[in-house]
Design a protein around this ligand. Structure first.
Ligand code: SAM
Length: 460
């Protein structure tokens, strides 16, 4: 019988590759299967999926060196099986080489009807041990960009733009950091419990639990014993998982009890839960997303947290006319869809699913969303524009372009709710822009924009 861990890992990798779908969405699709796995299998499955995506181009180099068939001519599903096996041989000490090869051959029989496929996989993998140590690291004379791409498994186009912006030294640190496995951060639900109680509950089920240095009411931890929803206090709504960067962006909006808030692009409700907490569950939050099934999950999430001030609406917010049906808001959080290039360490598929053209398309969509938000914000109101990226197209350039066309909107420094210790993460213009390589935070961008008056219509 084929091990569930490897089979599920393979199915996830095939789906990501074939449909260019984001890892988190694909994992969602497999959640029922994952929930039935025992913790050991689930850990192995996670290690394989994330490991293969993290090191993909390096693993492919080993395949190319070990196979007589050129890499691009190998059937994509067989390529994924080879990547899974090579990842185990190189990175997972606990898996003997023979087991990695045997399970790869079994997987091949399971998914391929091509007669020679199992023999081909067996033959390639028998060569791996001989070749991988010779070619895994680049020769020292390799030019910088190619050396970084080889060593850290990062596409050259990303390294080129980072090197042009930051120089070689910082790019190297950034390249290393995107492959580090980050700790997980949770936000304590103060309506249900407190830090001390939750830390006590967590202590036995996770490792390295400690208060997050940037923000109050947040705990960092690693190596959860099982799935997050099995951790103590989860079912009781004691916490929500959310990186400190995203929490700091929520504090920039600083919503108050009784206000009318729009959570635009609300997704599964990470920000919604935080905003409701800041409002002490008093007032009204309208959570909007293009994806209705995400909003259904958001509704369950709010029930779990004990939040009852949220109503949801499935809507395309790039259509500013249609959005007027939502009414006007005191504050708006726009968590815009983006490349996610600040969170590669959590979503390593982003390395292989993005290109420069795509950044321009994101920027166009972000600009349209900002236009809608400008119309929905009450005079005197505040909005926060946020993306989990630090690429200029999606951050400063989008905002500078927007402000040039909206004299009624102004950047504003975060208010008193923003923690003092995090002010070092603000730029000269008061944009919040932490760097993942320096601060152990997700790469992020958020800016607060105040609407100071009505927009003047200029006669042409
Ligand atoms: C960055 S994610 C939101 C994450 C969420 N706010 C959270 O904290 O968990 C961006 C969201 O924008 C949604 N989206 C994309 N295009 C949209 C549009 N035109 N109108 C409304 N929502 C959109 C996506 O479905 C996705 O859920």
């Amino acid at each position: 019988m084929q091990s569930d861990a490897r089979k599920t890992a393979l199915q996830i990798l095939i789906k990501i590759q074939a449909k260019r779908l984001p890892l988190d969405l694909v994992i969602e699709d497999f959640q029922n299967t994952i929930n039935t796995m025992d913790p050991k299998d689930r850990r192995l499955m996670n290690a394989i999926v994330y490991g293969v995506l993290r090191w993909r181009s390096r693993l492919d180099r080993v395949i190319a060196e070990s196979s007589r068939t050129p890499l691009h001519k190998i059937e994509p599903r067989i390529r994924d099986i080879l990547r899974i096996a090579i990842f185990q041989i190189i990175y997972l000490d606990r898996v003997p080489e023979s087991a990695a090869i045997h399970t790869a051959v079994e997987l091949t029989k399971f998914i391929s009807s091509t007669r020679g496929a199992p023999g081909f996989v067996n033959g390639v993998l028998r060569n791996v041990q001989k070749v991988w140590t010779k070619i895994y690291d680049p020769p020292s004379e390799t030019p910088f960009i190619q050396r970084m791409a080889w060593k850290h498994a990062i596409p050259e186009w990303m390294l080129e733009r980072w090197t042009a912006r930051f120089g070689e030294d910082r790019t190297e640190i950034l390249a290393q950091s995107v492959n580090r496995i980050p700790s997980i951060t949770l936000r304590v639900n103060r309506m249900r419990t407190d830090m001390e109680n939750l830390q006590g509950l967590m202590d036995e089920k996770v490792r390295e639990v400690s208060p997050n240095p940037w923000i109050n009411d947040a705990l960092d931890f690693s190596h959860p014993e099982g799935a997050i929803d099995r951790l103590p206090g989860f079912r009781d709504g004691f916490f929500q998982i959310q990186d400190a960067s995203a929490q700091l962006a929520g504090l920039m909006l600083a919503p108050r009890s009784g206000e009318r808030i729009l959570d635009a692009c609300a997704g599964y409700g990470g920000k919604t839960g935080h905003l409701a907490l800041l409002m002490q569950n008093k007032g009204e939050i309208t959570a909007v997303d293009l994806n209705g099934s995400k909003l259904m999950r958001l509704t369950h999430e709010m029930q779990r947290l004990g939040v009852n001030i949220v109503k949801t609406q499935t809507q395309d917010l790039t259509n500013s006319k249609a959005a007027m049906n939502l009414g006007r808001f005191d504050r708006i959080f726009l968590d815009a869809p983006c490349s996610g290039m600040g969170v590669i360490r959590r979503n390593p598929d982003i390395k292989w699913n993005r290109d420069e053209e795509g950044l321009k398309n994101f920027a166009l969509r972000q600009s349209k969303l900002l236009e809608t938000m400008a119309a929905l914000l009450k005079p005197g109101g505040l909005m926060v524009y946020a993306v989990c990226s630090t690429e200029p197209e999606e951050t400063t350039e989008v905002i500078d372009h927007f402000l040039a066309h909206h004299p009624e909107m102004h950047r504003e420094a975060p208010g008193a709710r923003f923690p003092d210790q995090a002010r070092t993460l603000l730029t000269e213009k008061n944009d919040f822009m932490p760097w993942q390589e320096t601060f152990e935070l997700d790469g992020f961008f958020a800016t607060a924009l105040r609407k100071t008056g009505r927009r003047k219509v200029v006669a042409s």
